[in-house]
Each structure stands twice: as structure tokens, then as C-alpha cells.
Design a protein around this ligand. Structure first.
Ligand code: HEM
Length: 456
């Protein structure tokens, strides 16, 4: 079987500028074949100096052993601030600890299992949309479909609010504008080009972020005011956990802005990543029909034709392995950016104080020192014992103290969506269509992921 798609590695340095910055605006297009085997690498272009650490002991040093010396990179904060404010995703030190303490109870495994029925309602609506498919018109862009259902899940589980198609379209469009302009602004910053020259782009970006925040603020405000006035209506969503958590330092609830910042972050971190992973999972299932058939067999044996229950999720071990293998090949967060607090030497590379250090799941997951036949799709890898500890070389959800808070949430949601869809539909690759992976905020396909959906 041929390997699933990956961007063609660059042949020489001369093509780097054109491919990376001008043609595709995707950092994946800036990789060479040797990027996949190097232990450390350095990217040095005018205005940019980045060290990439891929050797596993170095990765552990940065993410766990000496984590205090490698805080989150400030560029990411500047980039996301208009949308996320002071959110957990980009904060450091005491501020991060306080925000993590606020988030942890809302995402504890037991709490995630409680929101299963809310996830299922969004999943049912997705199936309803698919039920309109007919033989003449049965090709769907799974990237768009997964963006809708995962955003809907976030709205329902966090705020008990269903995402209506009109609102979904508005928010998704604003988010696409935000992402697009953010990428341009990052490039300008990296090359030290004065932003003042591009003030209108920065304005467009801020307007898009504000549009999303206005929607969220409108939904959160009545709940926040009700709690402040002692309304103890029993909500079961994640917002209620956030609203009721007391800050141990001040003994007070979190402020309205703090709550909106965290909800905006959950909206971004929670749907963009899951949508990316799920659309790649359906691409792989369509490309590998025998694996799809094996997954269907597992659903028949475990669930049959009845509705999927939350107890079924952990029994669907083959589907879990498929999703884990998808996260290995197409980790939505393709790189994690940190900065060196002081000058440091990583193997043979000196990193000056304040310079960027990158740990890339995309590169680590596709390095042949860590994985046999690394570019092949083989879910069995996750059903067999590993020769090196899995958690040292598999980091789709990050590593150490900044590990993804929503990992259990994402796994439950993904298995539910994959199993619900395959229970009712067979999917097929569309001949002549090939997705083009691009590395932006997450790893997505530039031309969507078109798939043929056939009712069983
Ligand atoms: C397949 C889906 C997902 C993937 C692959 C993913 C991946 C990641 C990764 C790699 C990080 C660490 C980033 C870093 O260290 O720089 C992270 C952090 C985070 N993720 Fe996820 N994520 C997913 C889904 C979710 C969901 C569903 C939520 C919430 C609803 C969420 C919330 C967060 C938060 C709050 C953080 C920041 C944690 C901290 O810094 O303490 N993620 N995620």
C-alpha cells in the first residue's frame, strides 16, 4: 500500500523562501528529507533564528526536566491575544498555574464522561445532515463537516448552546479571516517588518477576533450575572464548573473577562484541533478500505445497530488505535514553541537567551529512529507492546505539565464521531482527489478533504 500524503520535502535551500513563504504559507513546505532524521536543527533566515530539538532526551529536558527554563514563546501570545486575551494556552508562571487549576476540574475524566450525552446530541445532528445525502450528490468535504460538528460539540458541552448553521458559518468565516491574517502578521514579525505598514491587516484581524468574542460574551453574560446574583440553577455544562470555581488566592470567582478568555481559548483549542484530526482520520479510512471494514466489524460486534453508549467508548479499541495512529501521522499541533530563558546549549547548538526552541510532534512521529516505517499508516502499532516507552516518542497532546487539558475529551468525542458515522455509512476515496497537508495554526488540508459517503 502507498503511504498516505505528506508534503514533498524540499530539494535545496534556494527553494525554501519561495515554497515556504510565498507559495504555500505553510511551515510543512519548509522541511527537507533530513529534517525527519536530525537530532537538532537550526533555521536561520533574515530576522529568524529557531532551534528545533528532536532527539528524545532533549525533548524530555525541554518539556519536563527543565520546563521552567523553557516558557511558552511570546510570539504565540502576541499572535493569539486579540482572540484569546490572557488565556491558559499562552500564559506562563503563576498566571498559568492559576488558570490550570481553574480548568482541571472541568476536564477531569469523570466530568468528561458526564458531557457524553451533549456530545451525542451534536453527533446526532451531524448524522441528520448526512441523511440528506443522495446517490447523485454524495461527496462531502469532511474538513468542513468536522469543523461544524466539533464547534457544535464545544458550544453544547461548554455552554449548553446548540450551534445553529448560520452562527456556525459566521464564526467559522471570522475564524478563517483571523487565522489567515494572523499567519501573515507572524511572517511580518519574524522578518522584523514594521507592522505599521500593514495596519489595515492588523485591524481586520482584530475585528475578526472581536466578532467571535462578541458572540461568546453574549452567551456568557446572562449566566455570569445570574451566578453573581445567587441564581443556583443546575447546569451540567463546563461553563458552570468554570463559573463556580473559587480562586484560592482571592477567595473570589473569576472575573467576566477571565471567563471569556478561557472560553474563547477552549473554543479555539477544542474545535480546531479535533476537526483537523477527525478529517485526517476519515481521509485515512477512505484510503484503506480493509482497515475501515475491520473498524465496522468492531462496531457491529460491540454496539450492533443500537445507539452508542458512553460505556462502549473504551471497548472500541481498534477505532481508538486508528485515531491514535491518525494523531501520529497528522498531529494537529505540529509544533510547540518555547523560548530559552537563558543562553543554553542543546547538543551542538547554542541558543541565545530569548530565542525560540521548537519541539515538533510532526517530525518526532515521522522519525525512523522512533518508529518503524514511519510514514506508513498502521493502527496495529497501538495494539502491540513498544520497544521504547510510548510517552517519550508520541506527543500529539504535548508533554509534561502543559499536556493538553482536553485530551480525554478529544478522545471520547473522536471515537464517538468515527463510530457513529461508520455504523451507518461506508466511505470511499474520490478518484483524482488528493488532500494537500499544510501547517498553519494546525495541520489541515489546503484543498479540504473530499470523501464519498454511501449509506450502508
Ligand atoms: C485531537 C484533539 C487535540 C489535540 C491534538 C490537542 C493538542 C494539544 C497540545 C499539543 C497541547 C500542548 C501545547 C503546548 O505544549 O504548547 C494542548 C494544550 C491544550 N489543549 Fe489541546 N488538543 C486537542 C483537543 C483539545 C480539546 C478538545 C480541548 C478543550 C476542550 C483542549 C484544550 C487545551 C488546553 C486548554 C491546552 C493548554 C494547556 C496548558 O497549557 O496548560 N484541547 N493541546
Amino acid at each position: 500500500m502507498p503511504c498516505p500524503v505528506r508534503p514533498e520535502p524540499l530539494k535545496n535551500k534556494a527553494s525554501l523562501f519561495f515554497t515556504f513563504f510565498v507559495k504555500r504559507n505553510s511551515w510543512l513546505s519548509g522541511l527537507f528529507e533530513r529534517s525527519y532524521v536530525m537530532k537538532t536543527g537550526r533555521v536561520k533566515l533574515p530576522g529568524i533564528e529557531i532551534v528545533i530539538a528532536s532527539e528524545l532526551p532533549l525533548v524530555k529536558k525541554i518539556m519536563i526536566d527543565e520546563v521552567e527554563n523553557y516558557p511558552k514563546n511570546n510570539l504565540l501570545h502576541t499572535l493569539l491575544e486579540p482572540l484569546l486575551g490572557e488565556s491558559i494556552f499562552t500564559s506562563n508562571g503563576c498566571q498559568w498555574r492559576k488558570q490550570r487549576d481553574l480548568m482541571n476540574p472541568a476536564f477531569a475524566r469523570a466530568r468528561v464522561s458526564e458531557v457524553f450525552s451533549l456530545m451525542q446530541q451534536a453527533c446526532d445532528d451531524m448524522l441528520m445532515r448526512f441523511s440528506k445525502i443522495n446517490q447523485q450528490n454524495n461527496i462531502r468535504d469532511m474538513d468542513a463537516e468536522m469543523t461544524f460538528v466539533t464547534a457544535d460539540i464545544i458550544f453544547r458541552t461548554i455552554m449548553t448552546t446548540k450551534l445553529e448553521p448560520d452562527a456556525a458559518e459566521k464564526i467559522t468565516a471570522a475564524f478563517t479571516r483571523f487565522q489567515h491574517q494572523s499567519l501573515r502578521i507572524t511572517m511580518l514579525r519574524l522578518f522584523n517588518i514594521p507592522l505599521a505598514l500593514f495596519g489595515f491587516k492588523e485591524r481586520q484581524r482584530k475585528d475578526a477576533a472581536q466578532e467571535i468574542r462578541d458572540t461568546l460574551e453574549g452567551l456568557i453574560r446572562p449566566r455570569y450575572d445570574a451566578i453573581s446574583q445567587g441564581d443556583d440553577k443546575e447546569w451540567t455544562d463546563i461553563l458552570s464548573t468554570l463559573l463556580n470555581t473559587i480562586d484560592p488566592e482571592t477567595n473570589e470567582r473569576f472575573s467576566f473577562k477571565e471567563i471569556v478568555d478561557q472560553v474563547a481559548m477552549l473554543f479555539l483549542a477544542g474545535h480546531e484541533t479535533s476537526a483537523s484530526a477527525l478529517s485526517w482520520a476519515f481521509y485515512l479510512l477512505a484510503e484503506y478500505p480493509e482497515i475501515q471494514q475491520q473498524a465496522f466489524k468492531e462496531i457491529q460486534e460491540t454496539v450492533g445497530d443500537r445507539k452508542i453508549k458512553k460505556e462502549d467508548i473504551k471497548k472500541l479499541t481498534f477505532i481508538t488505535a486508528i485515531f491514535r495512529e491518525t494523531l501520529r501521522l497528522y498531529p494537529p499541533v505540529g509544533f510547540m514553541a518555547r523560548e530559552a530563558k537563558e543562553e543554553v546549549t542543546l547538543r551542538d547548538k547554542i541558543v541565545a537567551k530569548g530565542k525560540t526552541v521548537i519541539v515538533s510532534p510532526w517530525l518526532i512521529h515521522r522519525n525512523k529512529d522512533n518508529w518503524q516505517k514511519p510514514h506508513e499508516f498502521d493502527p496495529q502499532r497501538f495494539l502491540q507492546p513498544h520497544d521504547t516507552p510510548l510517552k517519550s516518542k508520541y506527543l500529539p497532546f504535548g508533554m509534561g505539565q502543559r499536556l493538553c487539558v482536553g485530551a480525554s475529551f478529544a478522545m471520547q468525542e473522536a471515537i464517538l464521531i468515527i463510530a457513529s458515522l461508520l455504523q451507518q455509512y461506508r466511505i470511499e476515496a474520490v478518484s483524482g482527489f488528493e488532500p494537500k497537508p499544510v501547517g498553519r495554526l494546525t495541520i489541515r488540508s489546503e484543498n479540504g478533504i473530499n470523501i464519498r459517503i454511501i449509506k450502508r
